[in-house]
Design a protein around this ligand. Structure first.
Ligand SMILES: Nc1ncnc2c1ncn2[C@@H]1O[C@H](COP(=O)(O)OP(=O)(O)OP(=O)(O)O)[C@@H](O)[C@H]1O
Length: 570
């Protein structure tokens, strides 16, 4: 068995263990429903025997009353079972979605460098939704398909052991058919999800790049490609349905064979008894027993059908397990840190012979990087595009870890520091500030929701954001769109700087904060950043000539190696 399959099996097994507690009541209600169904069949058989054979059979009042009572009990049991199953599915989805979102947050930008946003969105939304059936249907069905036919078979054996044997033999044939179709179902389901993820990723990409598509005159071409991706999804979905239909049909075949054999057997017995001139009363009792086992056959096979339907859900779980392999596990990203790093006197950051590789085929991204940014001072990381500056910043944010060497904060190994302490001591401003749809006030307060109005105003003034906010008709209450829509690049960056002032963390990480700005705005933003940098440890990654005036130390990178280091011009 290859590694992929082992991991998928282990994940599915672990999920089954976690979901079993919630599935148990559903199984018990399922067994009670099966027992009630047997009672109903008994009542129906007696009523029919009365109708067919007439006076020989005792009064039908009791069977009729039993039928009504049992129908009500069965409906209540079924409702309870459906509700418990839905709750089990809901709980499991909430748990899994929390885990996936946690892992995506842990992976951070490093994960986005390796995987498409659409793929991650499909994982957190569609994959998890599709797992509902695994917990709500598959787990109970995987027990009931053995237990319920066993109960029904034993009760049938009490009345007609021969007919029970026929049902058992036909029932045993079902798992073989299911195993055959199961493999096909798993493959079909995996392909369907792949097609869906591809369609989602393509759609997201094209929506983002709509201006490029229109201006390149590629609208028709891209529409055709999207239509082809949608068609692929349709075909793959049809294949899933076809496999599910065939799987269900194989159960129907086994059921029809059992039904015919049991009916023939009873018919032959009744003919023989009739020929022997049996009394009407005995004849009616035989007819009732015969009808009972014949009518039990569909009930005997019903749990198999539920299992076949739920097999689809199991296939989704295997697919989800495979898809989740892209997520970092908690230990791989950050060793469970316990250390508290004292930051009262500021934070000094040191890289000690750090090495890292995004992709072994492309060689080392960072090679033997050693530098120190003393507490309260600035270190400027320079270098051409692709030299590894953002990779250094992402390491300091804790999203990726060195493959060799180590990073220390005030002498404490970064991997041993409590994640919350790391978050509290760091502010980060990237190339494009991340702004959310909402008011300007909400966006600035995002860094510190409990800040007072005075603190908010002070941060806005320090970031020199007050000038442009004053020109907006609704000031701080101005609504901005997702990604800072409605603000210029420089204004958006000032909002990010105000956030950093408000957070007031001792370590400031700046990753090309002015890369999208014109020279004048860049100079203005650098002025604000210089004010923000005072008394903080700053690591500024940039290839702009404007960093020359930033002072502090300078480390020049090229192809992931330090080529020069020394004082930065101030
Ligand atoms: N997911 C990835 N897989 C493989 N290589 C990658 C991946 N992400 C980045 N790289 C490579 O790592 C190197 C360093 O990238 P990084 O983004 O750190 O450079 P940078 O100096 O910040 O560049 P820029 O100034 O353009 O932002 C580049 O050569 C880049 O091609």
């Amino acid at each position: 068995m290859n590694d992929d399959k082992t991991v998928m099996k282990a994940w599915t097994k672990a999920q089954s263990r976690l979901g079993r507690r919630q599935a148990m009541p559903v199984v018990l209600l399922g067994l009670a429903t099966a027992a009630t169904a047997v009672g109903q069949v008994w009542c129906v058989a007696n009523v029919l025997a009365y109708v067919l054979v007439g006076g020989g059979q005792p009064a039908v009042t009791w069977p009729l009353a039993g039928l009504v009572v049992l129908a009500i009990i069965r409906a209540v049991l079924q409702m309870g079972s459906d509700m418990l199953a839905a709750r089990a599915g809901m709980k499991a989805r909430a748990r899994l979605r929390g885990g996936v979102l946690d892992a995506i947050l842990r992976g951070g930008p490093g994960l986005l460098r390796r995987h498409h946003t659409g793929e991650l969105a499909a994982l957190a939304v569609d994959r998890i939704e599709a797992l509902d059936g695994f917990f709500a249907r598959w787990l109970p069905a995987s027990v009931l398909w053995v237990a319920a036919p066993l109960v029904i078979g034993v009760l049938a054996a009490l009345v007609q052991p021969g007919s029970a044997l026929i049902m058992a033999i036909c029932g045993i044939a079902v798992p073989f058919g299911q195993a055959l179709f199961g493999i096909g179902a798993a493959v079909a389901s995996r392909n369907q999800f792949l097609a869906m993820t591809r369609l989602q990723a393509r759609f997201l990409d094209r929506v983002r790049g709509i201006a490029t598509i229109v201006l390149s005159g590629r609208t028709d071409d891209e529409t055709r490609r999207l239509a082809a991706a949608a068609e692929e999804l349709r075909l793959r979905t049809m294949k899933v349905l076809r496999v599910a239909f065939l799987s269900s049909a194989s159960i129907d075949c086994a059921m029809v064979v059992a039904l015919v054999l049991v009916a023939l057997r009873n018919g032959a017995q009744l003919m023989a008894l009739h020929d022997q001139g049996m009394s009407a009363a005995l004849m009616a009792a035989h007819v009732a027993r015969g009808l009972f086992v014949v009518l039990l056959v569909p009930e005997f096979f019903a749990p198999f059908r539920s299992l076949a339907l739920a097999y689809q859900d199991r296939a989704h779980a295997s697919g989800a397990a495979a898809a989740m392999r892209i997520l970092p596990d908690a230990t791989a990203v950050r060793t469970a840190g316990q250390a508290v790093c004292e930051t009262g006197q500021g934070v000094s950051v040191a890289f000690e012979h750090v090495g890292f590789m995004w992709d072994p085929a492309r060689g080392a991204t960072l090679d033997d990087i050693t530098f120190t940014a003393p507490a309260g001072q600035t270190l400027v990381l320079c270098g051409p595009s692709g030299s590894g500056k953002s990779t250094v910043i992402e390491m300091l944010l804790g999203f990726i870890q060195p493959e060799s060497g180590r990073i220390t904060f005030n002498g404490v190994d970064m991997t041993t520091i409590l994640p919350e302490a790391l978050v509290a001591m760091t502010s980060w401003i990237g190339q494009k500030p991340v702004l959310f749809a909402g008011t300007l006030r909400e966006n600035i307060l995002f860094a510190r929701p409990d800040a007072t109005d005075a603190q908010l105003q002070a941060a806005i003034r320090a970031a020199a954001a007050d000038t442009f906010i004053a020109t907006l008709p609704h000031g701080l209450e101005t609504l901005i769109g997702e990604g800072g829509f409605g603000l210029s690049g420089g204004q958006a960056q000032r909002v990010a700087i105000a956030r950093a002032f408000l957070k007031d963390a001792p370590l400031l990480l700046l990753d090309e904060p002015t890369s999208h700005l014109d020279p004048q705005t860049e100079a203005d933003v650098f002025d604000s950043l210089r004010a923000l940098a005072a008394r903080r440890t700053v690591i500024l990654a940039s290839h702009s000539a404007a960093v020359d005036g930033f002072g502090g130390q300078r480390v020049d990178l090229d192809h992931g190696r330090i080529v020069t280091s020394g004082e930065n011009a101030s």
